[in-house]
Design a protein around this ligand. Sequence first.
Ligand SMILES: Nc1ncnc2c1ncn2[C@@H]1O[C@H](COP(=O)(O)OP(=O)(O)OP(=O)(O)O)[C@@H](O)[C@H]1O
Ligand SMILES: [Mg+2]
Length: 209
Amino acid sequence: MKTITIASTKGGSGKSTILSALAVRATQETPKVAMMDLNFDQGSLTQWWHVRGKPQSPFLVQNVESIQRDLRVIAAMGYEWLFIDSPPTGMDLVEQAVAVADAVIVPVRPGFFDVIAVQTVTWMCRQHRKPFAFVLSAVDGRYKTLTKQTLTALSGLGPVLKTQISYRRPWIAALVIGRTGPELDKDLRPEIGALWGEVKNLAEKGSVQ
Ligand SMILES: Nc1ncnc2c1ncn2[C@@H]1O[C@H](COP(=O)(O)OP(=O)(O)OP(=O)(O)O)[C@@H](O)[C@H]1O
Ligand SMILES: [Mg+2]
């Protein structure tokens, strides 16, 4: 089983949105996809999974007490992918989620404060020797200069995935009905397909190609 942690200590960077879409995209290839919601305060992913109808795939590991023990249990159950959603605060939990990952994806919205905020997670990834990469999230096509500046600043801090997640209404609207942006709007399928390809690559090869 490969474990993908989505982490960023910046609230609202798109972690749960991207995680749910990646998990759903992964189910196109295998039904053995699980998710863990470590955002115990808000439980956005948990709510989304309930609204979706508590599917078996992607399955949500519930009542997580020990990340490592639950991870061993679901690996033994034959799950191929585990996606861990982490909270923006509670460094202990974020670090545990990083420590068990095969790859860490750090969503970053274009913006100055957003770039500054990546440092905590990148430091954790380096401490634990975990492959990580940034993904630009909620990219508004109207602000090309801001996106370019963010990309330049980020590439000095670590690898940046080629895929960018666009700022589009279906990404928001889908969550309320337990779905994902690409399920609602076919125009978003290429971006999640491309991101999934890059995430698999990072988890399997340990570096961005
Ligand atoms: N690509 C996108 N386009 C438009 N809106 C987006 C996009 N991604 C996320 N959003 C919206 O931004 C808000 C925050 O997204 P999300 O909850 O995924 O972030 P998060 O990092 O999980 O937040 P938290 O740190 O609070 O857990 C949500 O309202 C979501 O619908
Ligand atoms: Mg979240």
